[in-house]
Ligand binder design. Structure first.
Ligand SMILES: Cc1cc2nc3c(=O)[nH]c(=O)nc-3n(C[C@H](O)[C@H](O)[C@H](O)COP(=O)(O)O)c2cc1C
Length: 331
């Protein structure tokens, strides 16, 4: 469904070519300083414009509709929208009957009985992550002492990101990438096992972002080939600081106070200019599709700030839950 969070509850709505997209944040503590300009730096980082991103240009300016008065949150739900303006809906007409392999066209046709708004990929568009990034700005204010930072570390399997992007553009194809997220100075002992462990809360938001196919914490998949004596992180002081960080800052689903580190896999954009085999549901025959229109060559280029928002949202919710359950900790 379209909401995440137990206390800090984020609801996303809208379609890519509808009048607007937006987010409602319920459970935001009152008295948090908040103005429209606060959203601009992170929203700008999500925008297209650089080489390898879509030519669609949206102002993405936020409009605060509720929950803020005299520059502070009131405790009522905060509703934010941005208007969609740069739309070429005809680019998507074909996909209703001829689904793009790898995209949501086929599954949404079945699930929504053909009623889904297909314009600009509708509610399946990466554009819906605007609201996630906006909620992330507020979450970062709640987790104020924490420094969340994500970056693209490889694209198309290469460290030379610029070269990989240029090669993909030249071949009319698309590529994926790996984003690494680091959370410095994390709050100690947040995470609610079993089902709301730190990893499960973060992964829940992360896998809600379109085009993400994998996540690993700390040494991740490499742990399978390590010995216990290598993988364990030796303690070096009474605060729980460890000499190594194979756990990625989490034990037992609870943050251990060391830096939180995770990496995610972004798949190559499914809308590719290379011929793909698909089925024409109207003509009832196999066909070949070469996707035209405006698409990101590499979605991962726009993903770091979205990943930061996902981490911050999960963390803000877990911090507020922890405060509610444990109050002020005595040890
Ligand atoms: C910021 C962002 C931008 C995206 N841009 C595109 C795009 O231009 N073309 C495309 O085919 N998919 C794009 N996607 C991915 C699709 O939304 C996604 O692949 C699709 O909804 C299917 O979901 P899945 O990949 O999770 O299976 C984008 C995703 C994000 C997060």
């Amino acid at each position: 469904m379209n909401s995440f969070g137990v206390v800090f509850r984020v609801t996303l709505f809208g379609e890519s070519h509808g009048p607007a997209i937006g987010v409602i944040i319920d459970g935001c503590p009152p008295g948090l300083a908040l103005k429209s300009d606060d959203f601009l730096p992170d929203l700008k980082r999500r925008q297209s414009g650089s080489i390898g991103t879509t030519k669609r240009q949206e102002p993405d300016l936020p409009e605060i509709l509720s929950g803020v008065f005299d520059g502070v949150t009131t405790g009522a739900p905060v509703a934010l929208i941005t208007r969609n303006s740069d739309k070429i809906s005809s680019d998507y007409d074909e996909f209703k009957n001829v689904p793009r392999p790898g995209h949501a066209d086929f599954v949404s046709r079945i699930k929504h009985s053909g009623f889904a708004d297909m314009r600009g990929s509708g509610h399946f568009s990466g554009r819906i992550t605007w609201g996630l990034v906006a909620a992330g700005v507020m979450a970062k204010k709640i987790a104020a002492t924490v420094d969340v930072s994500a970056k693209l570390i490889s694209a198309g399997g290469s460290d030379d990101i610029e070269k990989a992007i240029n090669e993909a553009i030249a071949s009319n194809d698309t590529i994926g990438g790996i984003i690494e997220c680091r959370v410095k100075n994390p709050p100690l002992a947040i995470g609610e096992p079993f089902f709301y462990s730190f990893e499960s809360a973060v992964s829940h938001v992360i896998f809600s972002i379109p085009a993400i196919k994998g996540i690993e914490f700390g040494s991740g998949f490499a742990a399978a080939a390590m010995k216990g004596s290598e993988h364990n992180d030796p303690f070096i002081n009474s605060y729980g600081k460890t000499a190594t960080n194979n756990a990625g800052g989490i034990n037992g689903g609870i943050t251990n106070g060391n830096e939180i580190i995770f990496r995610i896999v972004v798949k190559p954009t499914s809308s590719t200019g290379v011929d793909q085999t698909t089925f024409n549901f109207k003509e009832r025959e196999m066909t070949t599709l070469k996707v035209k229109g405006r698409h990101d060559t590499c979605i991962a280029l726009r993903m770091p700030v979205i990943v930061e928002a996902a981490a911050a949202i999960a963390m803000a919710d877990l911090i507020l839950i922890d405060r509610g359950i444990h109050g002020q900790r005595i040890v």
